[in-house]
Design a binder for this molecule. Structure first.
Ligand code: 8OZ
Length: 343
């Protein structure tokens, strides 16, 4: 199950018992990657997304991991810093969001029940960057204390790590900007710190090479991601998870960008995502035994998605009105298929 933002954390951005119920309902996924969770207040970009930086948040996530493990599931947490995709009202002391450079994102955030334009960011000072790496490290410790089986570094969808990677959002002229080697330094440092805390077997990473999500742009995505994959091969995370196409949208992309060729540069597990059908998933795993497929949107309305796919049963449609925020409606009230004799 791919990570899905649902904006249902409680006060203090603490995971709730309702969230534990939601994840436990979906434990037959095999591996759940829990929703993006900010590693600091500065890393938050939308209302009511959960955090993983306070003790209360860590204790709240324990409810979730216990509920999932009790029914035989496995669960990673996605670690998130939104960078410039935020709004001042969510930032410490109402300050500006931060990014590699002071370039405003062409992106919307979600605040007080409405979508609003991301605020003008300020460029991170060179000496602030190690503090953010340290926040990823502490968030990893917290996630392990909360009982997660591992963590996924969110390096996709135009958030902070992706903002460093792409030349449209990174105009720095220090060692974090300019060349691909420099623009990927922040990703390398975060990965190294998190792997040091958790071990290679408990760390994955998510990328969205061709997605324009949250206003990112880059002159040569192939050169960038070929290099990123080669660097990941060295760092050896347990998996690389790739959104093949545009985030929350179509699989269509420039045919010159060949995901199979990219995947071949990493010898570990590949998790493919975005708009997979059962047929596409089987075709991929038949030719790539070290590949998995993550399903996102279809898990929202189908807690028993795996069983439905196995039985070729109809899928329920998700209600867009209840995607973000609110309570049980459109969250934990999507029914599973009735059990049949012999199940
Ligand atoms: C939808 C709404 C808010 C955030 C992502 C974490 O795109 C998100 C997200 C998705 O990775």
């Amino acid at each position: 199950m791919a990570p899905l933002t649902r904006s249902r954390a409680g006060a203090g951005f603490v995971p709730t018992p309702l969230m534990a119920e939601y994840y436990a309902q979906r434990a037959s996924a095999g591996l759940i990657i829990a929703e993006a969770s900010q590693i600091s207040q500065q890393g938050q970009g939308y209302q009511d997304t959960p955090g993983i930086y306070s003790q209360e948040q860590t204790d709240g996530w324990r409810l979730v991991t216990d509920a999932v493990h009790a029914v035989g599931g496995h669960i990673f947490l996605q670690l998130w810093h939104v960078g410039r995709v935020s709004h001042s009202s969510l930032q410490p002391d109402g300050g500006q969001p931060v990014g590699p450079s002071a370039i405003q994102a062409d992106a919307l955030t979600f605040v007080d029940g409405a979508f609003v334009t991301a605020s003008q960011p300020r460029a991170l000072a060179l000496d602030e960057i190690s503090g953010i790496v340290q926040a990823y490290r502490q968030a990893t410790r917290n996630a392990l204390e909360a009982g997660f089986d591992g963590v996924e570094i969110h390096a996709a969808n135009g958030y902070l790590i992706d903002q460093f990677l792409r030349d449209g959002s990174n105009h720095r002229n220090d060692r974090y900007g300019g060349s691909i080697e420099n623009r990927s330094r922040f990703l390398r440092e975060v990965m190294a710190a998190v792997i040091e805390e958790a071990g290679v077997g408990r760390v994955g990473v998510r990328l969205s090479p061709v997605s324009p999500a949250n206003g990112v742009s880059n002159a040569d995505n192939w050169a960038l991601f070929e290099s990123v994959f080669d660097q990941l091969e060295q760092l050896a995370p347990v998996y690389v998870h790739v959104i093949e196409g545009a985030t929350m949208s179509s699989r269509d992309h420039d045919p010159e960008f060949d995901f199979q060729r990219l995947r071949a540069r990493f010898s570990g597990t590949y998790i493919a995502n975005n708009g997979y059908t059962s047929e596409l998933a089987h075709a991929l795993t038949a030719k790539d035994p070290n590949a998995l497929v993550a399903f996102g949107r279809s898990f929202i309305a189908n807690p028993d998605l795996v069983r439905r796919l196995k039985l070729n049963a109809p899928l329920q449609r998700l209600d867009k009105q209840t995607l973000y925020g609110g309570g049980a409606a459109g969250y934990t009230d999507y029914p599973a298929l009735a059990m049949q004799p012999g199940d």
